[in-house]
Design a protein around this ligand. Sequence first.
Ligand code: ADP
Length: 177
Amino acid sequence: MRTALFPGTFDPITEGHLDIIRRGLKIFDRVIVAVARGVHKETLFSLDERKELVEASLADAPLAEVEGAGPDWARDKVSVVEFDGLLVDLADRMQVDVIIRGLRFVSDFEYEFQLALMNRQLNRRVETMFLMPSARYSFLNASIVREVARLGGDVSALVPRPVAARLAKRYRTGGSS
Ligand code: ADP
């Protein structure tokens, strides 16, 4: 059974993250989404909210369509955990040896390369694998989503429904919850 860890801040989860999870499910039997406490970053949503939004989005979004498989087959393959501290320690605790990360454009590369090499230095057992999202999400990041939502723009095509609703509530620009 091959399992991959998909770590991030997920502040909030976007369609770009879901795209990477779907691609991960093509390669791995299970994907564990690891939501970082993220003390190095000031987050819009608390750790509990970010985790809850990941769970609600996974429950809401079609993760994969496979002929003959029930609509929920992929959902059973994704779990969500929170973590604090070193990612490689989490990988050890969960006995996972692959980390997946999304690679959008050239600007991601330098940071991701550094991070992957540092993680390898810390733990030689763990490999990092990069997956490219659909071109339509390659410009997308959570901070742009937060900024557009803050200014009252429509982000519904960029984030799962539970996130769009939560952002609308947060910024009081309408929305269903
Ligand atoms: P971090 O705080 O570690 O940068 P993020 O929550 O921003 O975490 O992202 C987690 C992972 O998801 C990273 O590998 C990032 O490259 C990837 N990611 C974020 N947005 C997208 C996107 N639109 N398409 C593909 N990958 C993405």
